[in-house]
Design a protein around this ligand. Structure first.
Ligand SMILES: *Cc1c(COP(=O)(O)O)cnc(C)c1O
Length: 366
């Protein structure tokens, strides 16, 4: 017999999607209403898809309150390709890019950028195994930095910037892969925002890039020396249709945006996310059996990282929780322990169930 029971999916990414979105995809998979073909079969040049693309962009703009001087692009290659495209397009020879190194993804971004230009680490919390976000006073920016790169949420370590760093008039570039649209964000303080979709926005295969007009101009100056597919200018000029975009992934992002709007938008989603995370952190802090990795004032609302008194107990926790229908709780090897990824679409019942499981586990093994 086919099992269609959904378990609680705590995966860091690709991650849980809203159930109503999955149900709509299922209902319309064989034939889009009024089209008679599957979304998997239609041309990216068709009127149907052009409308889907335009509407998805418009809904992203609505959800994120994105001003008119920003372009919304759908690219491929994941957030990891943005680690290269950002410096290739935005870091001219002879200038320096500042990186705020707050975790493994931030480190990877800085390392990749070094292949293309001069990079400075303007702040790092590596010495503390990235357990916190640096304070403004610890950030030493280059006067005329080409841009400042940050990672808004550190998926592996479970930390998150609570306010944006003050970078003056330097362009701020943010990797928001794991907390995009989990809370209101002030787009106007950024020059470029990118996010691999597979954590909070949709399925894998598409990266959303929100880029200000002046950065497109800067990209235009770099583009002559770049492979066509690596130029922001090319993708912006062609409305993300220079080549075949990931049609299915864009379609699903469109459905997720409709779901987010129906849920009340970013303020409403943020309230739910705060409540969900608070329940888990309260359980972690309750008795001392569980220990959070992140400093309390840097705690992520999306990825909750915690340890148990021994690695043996951690292994046991993974095994027993998996058997109980909680998937994906094993932490990343660089932190160890456990990680509960609780993105927008993660249901609050799953949090309550995990808290219940944690109490029972402590009662049995504590
Ligand atoms: C997952 C993740 C990435 C890597 O994304 P890919 O799309 O797999 O390249 C980069 N940055 C952050 C913050 C992430 O969470």
């Amino acid at each position: 017999m086919l099992t269609t029971t959904r378990i609680f999916n705590f995966s860091a990414g690709p991650a849980v999607l809203p159930l109503p979105v999955l149900e709509q995809v299922r209902d319309h998979l064989v034939a889009l209403p009024g089209v008679g073909m599957s979304i998997l079969e239609i041309s990216h040049r068709s009127r149907t898809f052009e409308e889907i693309l335009r509407e998805t962009q418009a809904d992203i703009r609505k959800v994120g309150n994105i001003p008119g001087n920003y372009n919304i692009l759908f690219l491929q290659g994941g957030a990891s390709l943005q680690f290269a495209m950002v410096p290739m397009n935005l870091l001219p020879a002879g200038q320096t890019a500042d990186y705020l190194v707050t975790g493994s993804w931030a480190e990877k971004a800085a390392k990749e950028a070094r292949k293309f230009g001069q990079v400075r680490v303007a702040a790092s919390t590596q010495a503390e195994n990235f357990a916190r976000i640096p304070d403004q006073r610890e950030i030493a920016l280059t006067g005329d930095a080409a841009y400042v790169h940050m990672t808004s949420n550190n998926t592996i370590f479970g930390t998150q910037w609570k306010t944006l760093p003050d970078v003056g008039d330097r362009p701020l570039v943010s990797d928001t892969s794991s907390d995009m649209f989990s809370r209101p964000l002030d787009v106007s303080r950024h020059a470029l925002i990118y996010a691999g979709a597979q954590k909070n926005l949709g399925p894998s295969g598409v990266t959303v890039v929100i880029i200000r007009d002046d950065m497109i101009e800067r990209s235009a100056r770099a583009s002559g020396a770049l492979a066509t597919m690596l130029s922001y200018k090319v993708h912006a000029d062609n409305g993300s249709l220079y080549n075949t975009p990931p049609v299915f992934a864009v379609y699903i992002i469109g459905l997720v945006m409709k779901w987010a709007l129906k849920a009340g938008g970013l303020e409403a989603l943020a309230r739910v996310n705060e409540r969900k995370a608070a329940k888990l952190y309260a359980e972690i802090d309750r008795s001392g059996f569980y220990r959070g990795h992140a400093h309390p004032n840097s705690r992520s609302l999306m990825n909750v990282t915690f340890r148990l008194p021994s690695e043996e107990l951690e292994k046991m926790f993974v095994k027993e929780s998996t058997a109980a229908g909680f998937d994906g709780l094993k932490g990343h090897r660089s932190v160890g322990g456990l990680r509960a990824s609780i993105y927008n679409a993660f249901p609050e019942e799953g949090i309550d169930a995990l808290v219940g499981f944690m109490r029972e586990f402590e009662r049995k093994h504590g």
